[in-house]
Ligand binder design. Structure first.
Ligand SMILES: C[S@@+](CC[C@H](N)C(=O)[O-])C[C@H]1O[C@@H](n2cnc3c(N)ncnc32)[C@H](O)[C@@H]1O
Length: 308
């Protein structure tokens, strides 16, 4: 991956921000949309008169992040996809209440704060120990549910089974077998890394057939002088790994049972790379819980099976 500076635009859209001079550190105060609307409505009384603002404590998530980073430290910022993923999980909170969720590429833990409040347990993973260290700080600064943070590198087939910080214990390995949902946001931004991610996901879904994956992504368009056309970094590779002949069962069915996750598709079986059975979720049907711009390039996908 090329070493260049990157900046997550969504961090400039959340309302409260304190930027310290130190090394581009920022404290984000992420407001729940409903709370803000309630607050704004409360500013005008029944007669249409402006009320004096009493300082109300909004239900907020406070998040320590970096304002910008090199591309290989993207996990030190929070990205737009995480907001969409959280919106979806909040919409279907009851469906996840008794489940264990594994998050891949959790970064500084914004989604983990929300997921841990809803699910039985969330295991957040990333390869970047700096991001995991900040994720602990962020979780502990906010109301949270049960969580664990562990180091998981998509490029490695083995997990670090050691007592080192973020190492995997036997108990963690047993927990991994009970995971029902794998979640990730903004992990398709580089072709090579997307291939690595999909290979890891395929491995996890092969080992554990009850898994359903939910992935929020931004479809980033760039002009390629090589192909002389507009391409979408990472995203086009993702699409190439999807079977276009079969569709997964509707989410309502997946939430209520564990339907089959192994499929046969004569057209896809002969291809050289693994194919997933996946479908995109209409995001206009997902209520927005946080204040951020819902860009049209935002997408949410669920992957429910593999071609045998
Ligand atoms: C763009 S950030 C997204 C972070 C977070 N999910 C969000 O949406 O705010 C990509 C994340 O993938 C992680 N990542 C990149 N390469 C990885 C690898 N080989 N193994 C595990 N995580 C990786 C990064 O550390 C980072 O946290």
């Amino acid at each position: 991956m090329a070493e260049h500076w990157i900046e997550s635009e969504v961090q400039g859209e959340v309302l409260g921000q304190d930027i310290s001079d130190n090394d581009g550190e920022i404290t984000l105060k992420v407001d729940y949309k409903a709370k803000m609307e309630l607050h704004e409505a409360a500013m005008i009384d029944a007669d249409g008169d402006m009320c004096i603002e009493h300082k109300k404590k909004h239900d907020q998530i406070v998040l320590y992040a970096k304002t910008h980073t090199l591309a290989n430290k993207s996990g030190l910022q929070v990205w737009r996809g995480a907001f969409l993923l959280c919106d979806f999980v909040l919409q279907h909170a009851e469906a996840f209440a008794n489940d264990i969720i594994l998050e891949l590429g959790c970064g500084i833990g914004f989604a983990m704060i929300v997921l841990s409040r809803i699910a039985k347990l969330v295991v957040g993973t990333d390869h970047d120990v700096d991001a995991l260290t900040i994720a602990i700080k962020n979780l502990e600064m906010n109301k949270h549910g049960k969580y664990r943070l562990r180091r998981l590198d998509w490029t490695c087939s083995d997990l670090d089974e050691s007592s080192a910080p973020f190492g995997w214990s036997h108990r963690d390995l047993n927990t991994l077998k009970q995971v029902r949902y794998v979640m990730a946001s903004d992990v398709f931004f580089d072709d090579e890394l997307t291939l690595i991610f999909l290979s890891k996901l395929h491995g996890l879904m092969t080992e554990n057939p009850q898994l359903t994956a939910l992935i929020a992504t931004e479809k980033r368009a760039v002009f390629s002088s090589f192909s002389m056309s507009v391409i979408h970094l990472g995203y086009d590779i993702f699409l190439k790994h999807l079977c276009t002949h079969l569709t997964p069962p509707p989410l309502s069915e997946i939430f209520s049972s564990t339907p089959t996750t192994r499929y046969t598709c004569p057209q896809c079986s002969s291809t050289q790379f693994p194919r997933f059975i996946a479908s995109s979720i209409k995001i206009e049907h997902i209520p927005q819980s946080f204040i951020y711009q819902r860009e049209t390039m935002l997408e949410l996908w669920y992957i429910h099976g593999l071609i045998n």
